[in-house]
Write a protein that binds this ligand. Sequence first.
Ligand code: PEP
Ligand code: MN
Length: 265
Amino acid sequence: MIELKLKRVLKNRDEAGTVIDNDLMIIAGPCSVENYDVMDSTVAFLKSLGISYIRGGAFKPRTSPYSFQGLGDKGLEILREVKLKYDVKIVSEIMDVRDIEGICEVADIVQIGSRNMYNYPLLKEVGRLNKKVLLKRGLSATIEEWLSAAEYISLEGNDDIILCERGIRTFETYTRNTLDLNCVPVIKQKTKLKVIVDPSHGTGRRELIKPMSLAAIAAGADGLMIEIHPEPEKALSDGNQSVDFEGFKSIYREVLRLHRYLNME
Ligand code: PEP
Ligand code: MN
């Protein structure tokens, strides 16, 4: 049995065991901010379902330097416009400390992506912010390494941290990553942190998003992050793992039903 040697993010000995909150945090939106129209129609749709956390990357960490890299500041401007128009909360990734000011002006939650989970200067910097941080699990990070990254943020004073399981790299290649739902009860039992699950990056396959969303909720996740696009086949990034509006509606309906069932007295 491995003991976690951390001071801030773990539960104290006398704190209660697994706690499943009643409110579910659903974050949805396109992988990247592509243009105003995609963002506008997606947010209008999500808002009509009552979803108020919107994702969209302005700065994108792409494996290939030849792939679409995000709109940068122009993307932030689009996020600002939809935020004002629809009164939603924005979740967007930060990759570079130099972008902190610009991102913080529009984002309600700053996302640290998988590739930057080990970027300790960046973790320390967001640790000094008065802002929620969504910390995604590194591509090949153990649970302890991931929690240590959260500890870096917390040590700087920011305890407003949500973890996001987004799949880890294994020998399996059918799926883009292997969604490690084991981590959900571990985090709920051992730490004070919230944990949400991203079945889009966790599977890389649209048809697996619904079953793995339901599995995540059944495992006790505090929420989900799902990629959605009005025309996934035309998306500039991650179209294969993005659902369309109808697909999302069906996932959301079943997720709410399961969550309600699990929380019945
Ligand atoms: C994302 O959520 O936009 C993203 C790039 O995910 P990850 O960092 O998990 O690969
Ligand atoms: Mn993506």
